[in-house]
Design a protein around this ligand. Structure first.
Ligand code: PRT
Ligand code: ZN
Length: 285
């Protein structure tokens, strides 16, 4: 039977969110532990559990069709695979950091310096683009201690809260790029698998769309309905149901979470009352 094979991180920062995304897409995975591969019970999909660094090669070699990994690992790998979709979790940035006591440093400060990183390819590209002539030291872990032990003048590493830099006496000089979890695949995926991929992508996008929006229910005087409809137009248009109380209606629609508080203030000014909001499970346009 035709199945999609997707590689996800076996154990690490991406694991739970990757599994949760598949579950949100209605794909049930058995809880079996210590297995390299598990088939989903209700979608033609097999999940391979790997170290994140191995995922690009597995996908490039055709052992897996798809992979979920950090964009940082994807870019560094330089394998012949493509990004298919941003997945919005595991957000972080790849940054260059320097000792915090160095004042007024800009990118040019890096010229002639040694920079320790586990991302030598991405960093070299960044230096080339910015015409910086620095020496890259590839190291495999604990990059943040390199300046303190005299191994390098600066580092290039993943930053999330910034706590690790701070506790090692470092500060960010610049962001090389912003990263997040992404879905990757080969460009020559077989047509029958492409149909399954499109099905999976449709589900992922419906989950993401639902995460961006909220369901909203409110009461409004009939005189304000036109104005309220322009504020919360919804997917096609709001649903309007008359209230028992003369001259009033109930409106149902969806609202973009990013504009939520701004729109709520405007709705109140229009006379809206009894505003309720609820999370949306899936949103199909
Ligand atoms: O074992 P395996 O090789 O599979 O896992 P791993 O140890 O290589 O990766 P893992 O699980 O640590 O991270 C997986 C992915 O999560 C990374 O490739 C990033 O895309 C993403 N991610 C998100 C992060 C972070 N946030 C993060 N904070 N990866 C690493 N860090 C580390 C960073 O290296 C630094 O040491 O956390 C520290 C910085 O964190 P703050 O919060 O102190 O700034
Ligand atoms: Zn790794």
């Amino acid at each position: 039977m035709n199945r999609l094979r997707i590689a996800i991180q076996k154990s690490g920062r991406l694991t739970e969110a990757s599994k949760a995304l598949l579950e949100e897409c209605g794909i049930t995975l058995p809880t079996a532990k210590r297995k390299l591969m598990t088939p989903a019970s209700n979608f033609p999909l097999e999940v391979y559990y790997l170290r994140d660094d191995d995922i690009p090669a597995y996908v490039a070699d055709g052992i897996a069709d798809l992979g979920i990994l950090g964009e940082n690992v994807f870019r560094e790998s330089q394998q012949k695979i493509s990004k298919i979709e941003d997945l919005r979790f595991a957000k972080c940035r790849l940054s260059i950091a320097i000792p915090k006591n160095i004042e007024d440093a800009d990118l040019q400060w890096l010229n002639g310096k040694r920079v320790a990183t586990t991302y030598p390819n991405v960093l070299q590209d960044y230096f080339d683009e910015n015409q910086i002539n620095a020496e890259i030291h590839k190291i495999s872990g604990s990059v943040e201690i390199a300046p303190n032990i005299g191994l390098a003048d600066a580092i290039c590493d993943i930053v999330s809260s910034g706590g690790t830099l701070l506790s090692n006496g470092l500060k960010e000089l610049c962001t090389v790029f912003k990263s997040q979890a992404i879905l990757v695949g080969r460009s020559d995926i077989a047509p029958e698998k492409k149909a399954l991929l499109n099905q999976l992508l449709f589900r992922i996008r419906s989950v993401q769309k639902a995460q961006d929006n909220q369901y909203i229910l409110l009461n409004a005087p009939n005189t304000a309905i036109d104005q309220i409809c322009t504020l919360i137009p919804g997917m096609k248009s709001p649903t309007i149901v008359p209230l028992v109380q003369e001259g009033w209606s109930s409106l149902q629609s969806v609202i973009d979470k990013e504009q939520f508080w701004e729109v709520i203030d405007q709705l109140k000014q229009c006379g809206a009352q009894g505003i309720l909001t609820m999370p949306i499970g899936k949103m199909i346009l």
